[in-house]
Design a protein around this ligand. Structure first.
Ligand SMILES: NC(=O)c1ccc[n+]([C@@H]2O[C@H](COP(=O)([O-])OP(=O)(O)OC[C@H]3O[C@@H](n4cnc5c(N)ncnc54)[C@H](OP(=O)(O)O)[C@@H]3O)[C@@H](O)[C@H]2O)c1
Length: 352
């Protein structure tokens, strides 16, 4: 689709376009047939061609990075993605909404309804009123509300990989909500573009470790959603791990069953929730593989019932940068703009 053909399409901006989530947004939006990429912002790279920062984008993206300026964004765009570290978006979002823009924020700033939970996990919130208005952007689950929203808090990558398999069985009342354990593994791009001593190649290559054990900020995010779904207290132990790959996330979730439910019933329940031709693919009792979802919007889910121990084991695989961040954000944009859900997200997966 040429730039000319796109002239009358909705205009989108990416704030924080040079980060890993932002660059992934640019990649997806550049190939989106129903919107035009209007404006990219950066703090460190103002005036620099995006394709000079990410050479893969040469002849694909012609934009230069601009400085963040709400006036320019309001002039150039209809909808804004914010891909900045948490704390910054809450400073920018009120002014963008006041200018009539729709906003999808990829940080944690608008994921919580409970201000105290956000404050405990992150920091003071400077616009708590907006937390009541913002819609949690778990696309398959909250599509109706997302479609009417002007502000979406895009979910974290771990929460997406844990909530999509769990919510349908929680709604059925099949799992004991006091016994949830989620064991997740993430590729290193989940930590963003700036290397730290723990994400440096020499510390990650040929290594595999847990981190922030039972102390990760995504735990309260997941719990808040599950409590809302279940209407009662939920106890979830969440242990994330870092694995030596660039993109990809796998979560294995364990829960005691509250009644004798077999694998086929759980598989049917997931199929009823997600359909057979959407972005959540049910793999039966085959463990899903991050390789099969790499670079795509898919979330693959496998189910095993361990009868001897009365345990339900759910396994999910996503690409942390796509379904876990930029892809789900574009899925939410499609809902907000009334576009077909797969628009811009239909690239076939790599077979290997
Ligand atoms: N990576 C993932 O898998 C993932 C998954 C889900 C959600 N997210 C969320 O997406 C957001 C971005 O994450 P990321 O992984 O893309 O991080 P990142 O690679 O570190 O990118 C951060 C971006 O924010 C900009 N930035 C940083 N500090 C800034 C400041 N003080 N003022 C203005 N701009 C600033 C950077 O701009 P310049 O360097 O150009 O100046 C860069 O474009 C985070 O909120 C993260 O939680 C990420």
């Amino acid at each position: 689709v040429t730039a000319d053909c796109k002239r009358n399409l909705p205009r989108v901006a990416v704030v924080g376009a040079t980060g890993y989530a932002g660059a992934e947004l640019v990649r997806i939006l550049a190939g989106h047939p129903k919107v035009q990429l209007a404006c990219l912002t950066s703090r460190q790279h103002v005036g620099v061609d995006f394709a000079d920062i990410y050479p893969a984008m040469k002849n694909v993206v012609a934009h230069k990075c601009l400085a963040y300026d709400p006036e320019i964004l309001a002039d150039k765009a209809d909808i804004v993605f914010i891909a900045l570290p948490h704390k910054l978006p809450m400073q920018f979002v009120p002014q963008l909404l006041a200018k009539g823009l729709k906003v999808i924020d990829l940080s944690a700033d608008f994921r919580f309804r409970n201000v105290e939970a956000y404050v405990q996990a992150y920091q003071q919130h400077t616009c708590p009123d907006l937390l009541q208005e913002a819609v949690y952007g778990l696309s398959e689950i909250y599509a109706d509300r997302i479609g009417k929203a002007r502000l979406v808090g895009n979910p974290g990558c771990y929460p997406t990989s844990i909530l999509l398999p769990l919510i349908p069985v929680v709604r059925k009342g099949w799992v004991d909500l006091q016994t949830l354990v989620a064991d997740s593994k993430s590729g290193v791009s989940g930590a963003g573009a700036t290397a730290t001593p723990t994400t440096h190649y020499c510390r990650v290559n040929e290594s595999f470790k847990a981190y922030k054990v039972a102390a990760h900020r995504h735990q309260p995010e997941i719990t808040e959603v599950l409590v809302r779904e279940a209407g009662c207290e939920v106890k979830l132990t969440f242990v994330p791990h870092l694995i030596p790959m660039t993109r990809g996330m796998e979560s294995t979730i364990y829960a005691d069953l509250t009644e004798p439910v077999d694998e086929q019933q759980v598989i049917e329940c997931l199929r009823e929730t997600y359909g057979s031709d959407g972005f959540v693919r049910i793999c039966g009792n085959r463990p899903p593989d991050t390789l099969d979802v790499r670079g795509t919007i898919y979330c693959d889910i496998g189910v095993v019932v361990d009868d001897r121990n009365n345990k339900l084991i759910l396994m999910s695989a996503i690409d942390n940068l796509v379904k876990g961040a930029a892809g789900q954000a574009v899925q939410n944009m499609n809902l907000m703009l009334g576009l077909e859900p797969p628009a811009g997200l239909e690239n076939p997966p790599f077979p290997v």
